[in-house]
Ligand binder design. Sequence first.
Ligand code: ADP
Length: 265
Amino acid sequence: MAKISSTAARGTARSASGSDEGSSAAVRLTGVGKVYGKGGGAVHALRGVTIDIPRGSFTAVMGPSGSGKSTFLHCAAGLDHPTSGTVQLGGTDLSGLDETRLTHLRRDRIGFVFQAFNLLPSLTVTQNITLPLRLAGRRADQGWLSEIVERVGLGGRTEHRPAELSGGQQQRVAIARALVTRPEVVFADEPTGALDTMTAKEVLGLLRQTVDSLGQTVVMVTHDPVAASYADTVLFLADGDIVDAMTAPTADRVAERMSRLGAWA
Ligand code: ADP
């Protein structure tokens, strides 16, 4: 389960050098703050978020609109720079990396799944899945490629183009693409937001399987309590901070917690 602790407690628990050897966290945020703008108009999107996301866990991030979910995801995935605090991916401190290294880290060590699938329409299923490897100048491991294509249920469709696939199939291509580099963590941003209920359940079941059978770490931002119920732990954000964590979530308990946060007032 994800552990929350105050920034102050973390500061005393770890050495001043921030050494992280032997950590079981796939992702570690320490006192992460993000401020947009300056002066009177400044928006504090994150206010000192400290969290360890354990390896091989499925974490959902929920919160009312404007609570900082997207900012959390962008900072944790190295897509945006925190204003303060540190983000570590598998022990690598992202703040120490220049843009080129950060780009390589995102390509090689992080998988992304977006609401809008973000597949390239002119490429086949196989070409879309292997794109992160081609960008890195690496060859696909054929055994691994076959395994993930089978796991996501696209065995008969590898030469199709995205327009020839349903929304659920397109999202399964995106999940296979996210897994192909064997990333340390997969970040999913509202992965079921564009899917109908049944298809969404298939995609969520697939994400769950990647955690259970491949040991993948998955962090998913969602506003849907049913989607969150597939996770091991749900983190609740409010006003830029993590205010609660729920293990073994059910959709009803998540919905109830969200309504107490005023999400659907
Ligand atoms: P959520 O994903 O939970 O809806 P966000 O992370 O998108 O929340 O936003 C958190 C806060 O930061 C909101 O008040 C939002 O208006 C503000 N914000 C987000 N991005 C920017 C930006 N690029 N410039 C200014 N304010 C922003």
